[in-house]
Design a protein around this ligand. Structure first.
Ligand code: ADP
Length: 603
């Protein structure tokens, strides 16, 4: 019920359509009952002796003016008219409800997708890609089917049930009561089965999630899978998951398959007392026409009962889907704009961390940043140095507000980041990550991802500044070359320079750079470094520095250790102290010694 309520706001704009469609379905149901009732005058005409016993459908003769020679012709004409009108009603109602369903699900999908895109990074570490994909595609598809296709049938069958029931009772209520003595049994069975199916199909869904998760992982990590000869292991794992899925699916299928035959059997079994009663009535003489209508309506009742009982099962699964969809929609957006937030004015002076503490939601006990006080002045290049896990990436990710500090604040020119619009903040920040992420699209679109309206000349200018233009021109389709999933058709250095071009094109005043640790060959290293220099010249930059050359060029070096700022200063200053920086340096020293003259590194 709760899920149904959640759908209400989505249904609200479609209420007139729903009401009109329901009305049309009622009309079509009535017409269907009327069509069956038309059997009565036909039989009265065919067997006048039985008609003399007084049928319950005599009124039809009067209503429809069925008199005279063309009696049967008139009945036939009414049959045709009724079924035509019924058909039109059904068509209009069916289409309208499908329309409402399509719109509803489109809106729901849009909301869901938008909701996900707005989530903070913490959300994505909680929900795997596979899980998200199933929810967005499979679960909404089920809702789509439920609302778009099954709803028409549901409403239609309900009214058919009501009208045929009415007809059956009207024709012979004693006979009707006798026939329906079995109804409670049927209801009990459907209810029991339904509950079981709901539980088992939840399990099936979970298994499907696991499968798509593993699949997604192995496909994206196939290089590692092959390199480590883990195919057999992966296959085994997949087989086990598949086996689990098959078993839970079969369980659901078993229950579903059991439903119809069981109910059908009970239906036929109920014929025994029915025929006994009929036999008894025959001896008394009664109106054949009423009996014919009774039997016809009883048979027609079978379809709504069967369909509705199945639908019950289908809707059970739909509720499970709705539950998952709404669970996702209900996840709080942790990084949220305050209503009516102003835009952040263009960056003028400084970025400031004021007594910032931060812990990841998964691990609230463990602060990753502790009491960070830091000023980054405009035009400055700040290098962040520290051991892996010291909190450098976390500190940087607070600037575009991927997360909010647990306590304390981050401000730009005095504006608390939580009080300005996210778009105005992020438009001023360019991010170049260690792992460059390219979309499976053309080179041009990948560069222009930072500014969709950029002209070709601007894109090329950015590419030149990133030293990638000549390379792009040498590609078969130039800027229109598609880079492949995650840019796998390009080398690491090329990908990085495209990412740098993207950042250059953005012309954002603040640059956040996570320097790549992966070693590039010296030529691309040189190109990447020059490209970065071009980029940094224009910006205030915060660089997570891994290369000594970068660190030395920085205006200031901030050393993080276990979430705290432990040292701040220039390279020379920090080397003069025998602190962490010096130790880190000496460790790196060992690496570079063989490549460059020692004097280059000062003392
Ligand atoms: P650095 O960039 O200096 O290597 P990070 O900022 O990436 O350090 O990580 C600091 C600490 O925070 C590490 O102990 C890491 O395990 C933890 N951490 C990083 N990202 C997350 C996350 N999304 N959820 C929970 N903990 C995280």
């Amino acid at each position: 019920m709760k899920e149904l309520k959640r759908l209400v706001p989505y249904l609200r704009p479609r209420v007139p359509l729903l009401v009109a469609s329901t009305f049309l379905l009622i009309v079509s149901g009535l017409l269907e009952a009327l069509i069956i009732s038309l059997l009565a005058p036909i039989f009265d005409q065919l067997a006048p002796s039985a008609a003399a016993a007084g049928g319950k459908f005599d009124f039809l003769r009067v209503w429809l003016g069925l008199e005279g020679d063309s009696y049967l012709g008139k009945v036939a004409l009414f049959l045709v008219i009724f079924s035509l009108v019924k058909g039109v009603c059904l068509f209009v109602a069916d289409y309208s409800l499908n329309y409402a369903g399509e719109r509803l699900v489109a809106t729901l999908r849009e909301d869901l997708y938008g909701h996900i895109l707005d989530q903070s990074l913490a959300f994505f570490s909680r929900f795997s890609t596979g899980k998200l994909m199933t929810r967005i595609i499979t679960d909404t598809e089920r809702l789509h089917e439920a609302v778009g296709k099954r709803l028409t049938d549901f409403i239609r069958q309900i009214f058919l049930l009501i009208f045929f029931l009415g007809l059956v009772f009207y024709a012979d209520w004693k006979l009707a009561l006798l026939s329906f003595a079995i109804a409670p049994v049927v209801l009990l069975i459907t209810f029991r089965l339904g509950r079981k199916i709901r539980r088992d199909s939840l399990l099936s869904q979970e298994n499907l999630y696991d499968l798509s998760h593993v699949l997604q992982q192995t496909v994206s990590g196939q290089k590692i899978v092959q390199a480590f000869n883990a195919q057999t292991w992966e296959k085994d794992r997949l087989r086990r998951l598949l086996e689990r899925l098959v078993r839970s699916n079969l369980k659901v299928a078993r229950m579903q398959a059991l439903g119809s035959p069981l109910i059908e059997f009970i239906g036929y079994a109920a014929f025994v007392p029915f025929l006994l009663y009929f036999n008894y009535k025959l001896g008394q003489g009664f109106a054949l026409s009423s009996f014919v209508v009774f039997v016809a309506a009883l048979f027609r009742l079978y379809e709504p009962v069967r369909k509705l009982s199945r639908m019950h099962l289908f809707f059970q699964q739909t509720f499970a889907s709705a539950q998952r969809v709404f669970e996702l929609l209900d996840t709080r957006i942790e990084v949220k704009e305050v209503p009516g937030a102003p835009d952040l004015p263009p960056f003028r002076e400084e970025i400031r961390f004021h007594r910032v503490w931060f812990a990841y939601p998964e691990n609230p006990q463990l602060p990753v940043l502790r009491d960070i006080d830091l000023r980054i002045r405009k035009g400055e290049m700040l290098a962040l140095v520290g051991m892996s896990g010291a909190g450098k990436s976390t500190l940087v990710s607070l600037i575009p507000r991927f997360y909010d500090p647990t306590s304390g604040s981050v401000t730009i020119d005095g504006w608390d980041l939580r009080e300005v619009t996210l778009s105005s903040l992020r438009s001023q920040v360019a991010l170049v990550t260690q792992e460059t992420f390219l979309f499976d699209d053309t080179v041009r679109n990948n560069i222009a991802y930072s500014r969709f309206d950029a002209r070709q000349e601007e894109v090329e200018e950015a590419a030149r500044a990133a030293f990638i233009h000549d390379f792009i021109m040498s590609l078969p389709d130039g800027y229109d070359t598609v880079v492949g999933e995650r840019g796998h058709r390009l080398s690491g250095g090329e990908r990085q320079r495209i990412a740098i071009a993207r950042a250059i094109l953005k012309k954002a005043p603040i640059l956040l750079l996570d320097e790549a640790t992966s070693s590039l060959d010296s030529e691309s290293e040189l190109l990447v470094r020059s490209a970065l220099e071009n980029l940094m010249q224009r910006c205030t930059s915060v660089v997570i520095a891994h290369r000594l050359s970068t660190v030395r060029r920085a205006d200031r070096i901030v050393v993080l250790h276990q979430g705290r700022i432990v040292e701040v200063g220039s390279h020379e200053m920090l080397m003069a102290r025998s602190g962490i920086y010096r130790r880190l340096n000496e460790l790196q020293f060992a690496d570079v010694e063989s490549m460059q003259p020692v004097e280059d590194y000062g003392e």
